[in-house]
Design a protein around this ligand. Structure first.
Ligand code: F0G
Length: 485
C-alpha cells in the first residue's frame, strides 16, 4: 500500500502557515487531559506518540475547563445533581449571546476563510466548548447548520402537511427531526471529522485511517483530501452500501476491504495505527467525540436554548450517544439550559449488544454477531460502550431495540413525508414510536430525533419500485394508461 507516513513529526508536515500557529495549537492540545473512563488515569493531550486508550485498555475522554473569550478565568461547572431551584438561568447568558452572535454572521467566509469560516461552521461556532485550537488551524468544509424539522402533530404547520405524517406515525405532538444527512458528505460524521482532521494536522500526520460501516470512511476520505493527507479506510467487504463505498473511492482514499465484519476491521485498524504510526480517526479518538458534541449544541441553539425532554438516536458504535450526551451535560453545567434531556439510544434488534447490557442492569458488557438490514449500525462490539453507559445513566435515559421491519416501516414514512433518510437513521423514529406506544415517552413531551444519514447514502434498501421502474412507449396514451388518470 506504500504507507510511509508517520504521526508525530509535526514541524514540517502540517502545512500550517506559521510555526507560531502550530506551536499555539500544540500547546492548547497539550493543556487538555485525556481521562480514562474506566480507571480515571489521566494523560496529556499531545503526547509524541498518539494515544487512543489508557494503559488499562479503557477509552479516553477529554477533560477541560471552559473560558469565554476575554474572560479572566474559566467558567465554573455546576454539579450535575442539583435541584431545579438551584439553577441560575443567567449563568449561561454570555455563552448563549456569544453563540447567537456568531450564528448570525454573514455568509462571506470564502473571502477570508481562516477568520470568518469558524463562525459559519455548525461545529466551530461553539469552539470554546469543542477544542481550543487557533482558528487558522481548522480544517472545515464548513459542516453543520443542518435542518431541525418540526414534524409533530402540534408543531407542524399546514404548509408542512406531508411532514406531519411523522407526528401521526409516532403519536408525538411536539417532535423535531434533526437531519444530519444535510452535512457536506451526507452524514453526522463530518462534525467529528473536522475536529479529528484538525488535530491530525496539528500533529503533522500525513496519513489518517478508520474502520467504518461506510459513513465515517466517506467523511474521512473527504476531509483527508481537503487537508492533503492520505486517507485509509477499512471496510467490511460486501457489507456497506454502494453509495458510501463510491464516496471513499471518489474522494481518493486508499480503500481496504476486509473479509470480515466491522468489529474485525475496527480491531485491525487500531493495530495498524498503533504499529505503523498512522493517525486513527474512529470515534475511539477522543477529539472526534468533541466535534460531534456540536450536534447537541446546535439542537439547543435551534430550540432557542430550551432543552427538549428527550433526544432519540440510532446507536451502533456509540460515539454519537456519548458525544451528544456530553454536550447536553456540559451545556447544563454551564447554565446554557435549565434541565438535562433524557437520551434514548435505539439499536437494531440483530445488532443490540448495548440493549442487552442495559436490560441486565449493566451487569455484563455484551457482544453479539451483528445482523441487520441497517448496515450503518451493524456493529456487535461497540467501542464507546463505557462512555455511552455513563451518558444513559446520568441523563436517566434508556436503550431500546427495534426490528428491521420496524426500521423499514419508519423509513417509508420519513421518505414519503418528503424528508427522507438512510435506513439506520429511521431507527430513531421507529424507537420513538415504540416508546410512545408503551407510555415511556408522553405524547406531549418535546422530543428531538436524529436522522443520521442522507437518503441517497443507500439507494436500494427499502426503496419501493413503482411505475418508474418500467419504461413505457413515449406516447400520451401510454402515459395516461400508466398514470391511471
Ligand atoms: N447512523 C448512521 C447513518 C451511521 O453511519 C452510524 C455509524 C450510526 C447511526 C451509529 O452511530 O456509531 O456513533 O453509535 N456509523 C459508523 C461508520 C460506525 O463507520 O460510519 P454511532
Amino acid at each position: 500500500m506504500g504507507i510511509n507516513s508517520v504521526d508525530g513529526d509535526a514541524s514540517g508536515a502540517s502545512g500550517l502557515s506559521g510555526e507560531l500557529s502550530y506551536q499555539a495549537g500544540a500547546e492548547a492540545l497539550a493543556a487538555l487531559s485525556l481521562c480514562c473512563v474506566e480507571c480515571g488515569a489521566t494523560y496529556g493531550g499531545f503526547e509524541p506518540k498518539a494515544r487512543y486508550r489508557c494503559d488499562c485498555g479503557g477509552v479516553l475522554d477529554i477533560e477541560t475547563t471552559f473560558q469565554l473569550p476575554h474572560a479572566k478565568r474559566a467558567s465554573t461547572l455546576a454539579p450535575l445533581a442539583r435541584r431545579e431551584s438551584d439553577v441560575m438561568p443567567l449563568a449561561g447568558a454570555p455563552w448563549r449571546q456569544l453563540f447567537d452572535e456568531r450564528a448570525s454572521a454573514a455568509p462571506i467566509w470564502p473571502l477570508s476563510p481562516d477568520t470568518l469560516l469558524p463562525d459559519r461552521s455548525g461545529v466551530w461556532r461553539y469552539r470554546e466548548l469543542i477544542l481550543p485550537v487557533p482558528t487558522e488551524a481548522i480544517v472545515s468544509r464548513p459542516e453543520g447548520n443542518t435542518g431541525l424539522y418540526p414534524v409533530g402533530l402540534e408543531n407542524c404547520s399546514a404548509s408542512r402537511i406531508g411532514h406531519r405524517q411523522i407526528g401521526t406515525f409516532t403519536g408525538l405532538e411536539r417532535l423535531f427531526l434533526k437531519h444530519e444527512g444535510e452535512n457536506p458528505t451526507g452524514s453526522f460524521k463530518d462534525r467529528g471529522m473536522t475536529a479529528g482532521v484538525t488535530v491530525a494536522r496539528l500533529r503533522g500526520a500525513r496519513a489518517v485511517a478508520c474502520a467504518s460501516t461506510g459513513n465515517t470512511s466517506a467523511s474521512l476520505a473527504s476531509y483527508a483530501a481537503q487537508a492533503g493527507m492520505q486517507g485509509i479506510v477499512f471496510l467490511p467487504a460486501g457489507q456497506i452500501s454502494g453509495g458510501k463505498l463510491a464516496q471513499s473511492l471518489a474522494y481518493g482514499a486508499t480503500t481496504v476491504q476486509i473479509a470480515g465484519d466491522f468489529d474485525a476491521a475496527m480491531q485491525l485498524v487500531e493495530q495498524v495505527c498503533n504499529e505503523l504510526g498512522v493517525y486513527l480517526l474512529n470515534s475511539l479518538n477522543p477529539f472526534r467525540v468533541e466535534g460531534q458534541k456540536a450536534i447537541g449544541l446546535e439542537i439547543l441553539q435551534q430550540l432557542d436554548w430550551q432543552a427538549p425532554d428527550w433526544l432519540v438516536l440510532p446507536a451502533g458504535n456509540l460515539g454519537n450517544t456519548s458525544a451528544i450526551g456530553k454536550a447536553f451535560r456540559q451545556a447544563y453545567q454551564l447554565g446554557l439550559i435549565q434541565h438535562l434531556p433524557r437520551i434514548a439510544s435505539i439499536q437494531a434488534s440483530g445488532a443490540n449488544p448495548f440493549y442487552r447490557s442495559y436490560q441486565q442492569g449493566w451487569a455484563h458488557r455484551e457482544r453479539v454477531h451483528a445482523q441487520t438490514i441497517a448496515s450503518a449500525i451493524k456493529i456487535g462490539d461497540p467501542v464507546s460502550y463505557e462512555r455511552a453507559r455513563r451518558i444513559i445513566e446520568e441523563s436517566h435515559g434508556l436503550v431500546a431495540e427495534v426490528t428491521d421491519e420496524e426500521i423499514l416501516a419508519a423509513k417509508a414514512v420519513i421518505d414519503r413525508s418528503g424528508i427522507g433518510c438512510e435506513p439506520a437513521s429511521a431507527a430513531s423514529i421507529a424507537g420513538a414510536k415504540k416508546l410512545v406506544a408503551d407510555g415511556t415517552i408522553k405524547r406531549d413531551e418535546r422530543v428531538v430525533a436524529i436522522l443520521t444519514g442522507h437518503m441517497l447514502k443507500d439507494s436500494t434498501t427499502g426503496i419501493p419500485q413503482g411505475i418508474s421502474g418500467q419504461a413505457i412507449e413515449p406516447t400520451f396514451d401510454a402515459v395516461r394508461k400508466a398514470l391511471k388518470l
